[in-house]
Design a protein around this ligand. Structure first.
Ligand code: IPE
Ligand code: IPE
Ligand code: MG
Length: 235
């Protein structure tokens, strides 16, 4: 059903931005911001489950983030790996299923292995699905989808929107209803380009490490008051 105010939020995507500035404002190295940002991510994952969301996509590392200093890249990858290793109990207790979006072929073999293990061990958990967008780029995802279609023998003439969608990274997951960006900037930075066609957007001036459950609640309340018309007219 298009339009109207009767919409629930099933899927939230978050561009978790501002870790580096949070740290710099405290005279700390950028890496401290990433460490603090991970704690926030854990809090928000817990809150998202409690608030009844079905899917939460977290922008962890973009296809452009490889440009950063090697030390920072290594630190972020190390954090992700350690988190996946350590949090199995947390996933089990909360029924969380881990998914991945992005090009996993460019990830180090050890992270790739941890990611696969976490996805496999949580695949039957019934609660919130947390999609880690890791080495993710929206344009890259579309290019990979087109290549998969070609490899499956679907020529350009046979592709339509639904068909191309079915070759994206997680075709079973509904498009995000709401995309949040923290950290004060107003851009998508290559996040979920295809899937965000009709997402609502929310921008928070707070740096990601300062984000709380209350901020998520506020964003969801605001989302609930919006009218999603999908190109139709108001009725
Ligand atoms: C987001 O925080 C985390 C990643 C992009 C990996 P930043 O590291 O971009 O923090 P700022 O934007 O520089 O403050
Ligand atoms: C977007 O943040 C990517 C993630 C949050 C993982 P960036 O900090 O990389 O985005 P830009 O460079 O400000 O656009
Ligand atoms: Mg940033």
């Amino acid at each position: 059903m298009a339009g109207g105010r009767e919409h629930v939020c099933r899927h939230v995507g978050i561009i978790m931005d501002g870790n580096g500035r949070w740290a710099q404002a405290r005279g700390l190295p950028r890496t401290s911001g990433h460490l603090e940002g991970l704690k926030t991510a854990r809090r928000i994952v817990e809150a998202a489950g409690k608030l009844g969301l079905s899917y939460l996509t977290l922008y962890v590392f973009s296809t452009e983030n490889w440009k950063r200093a090697q030390g920072e890249v290594d630190f972020i990858m190390g954090l992700v790996k350690a988190h996946l290793l350590r949090e199995m109990d947390f996933y089990r207790e909360n029924g969380i299923r881990i998914r991945h979006a992005g090009d996993e072929t460019a990830l180090n073999a050890d992270i790739r292995a941890e990611l696969r293990k976490a996805m496999d061990q949580t695949k039957n958990f019934p609660g919130l699905q947390v999609v880690l967008a890791l080495n993710y780029g929206g344009r890259d995802e579309i290019v990979r989808a087109v290549r998969r279609a070609a490899a499956a023998g679907v020529g350009a003439g046979g592709l339509d929107e639904k068909g191309l969608s079915s070759f994206l990274d997680n075709p079973d997951i509904p498009d995000p209803d709401l995309i949040v960006r923290t950290g004060g900037d107003f851009r998508s930075s290559n996040f979920l380009l295809w899937e965000s066609a009709y997402a609502e957007f929310a921008f928070s001036p707070k740096f990601w490490p300062d984000w709380t459950e209350a901020d998520l609640r506020d964003a969801l309340a605001d989302f609930g008051s919006r009218e999603r018309r999908y190109g139709d007219t108001k009725r």
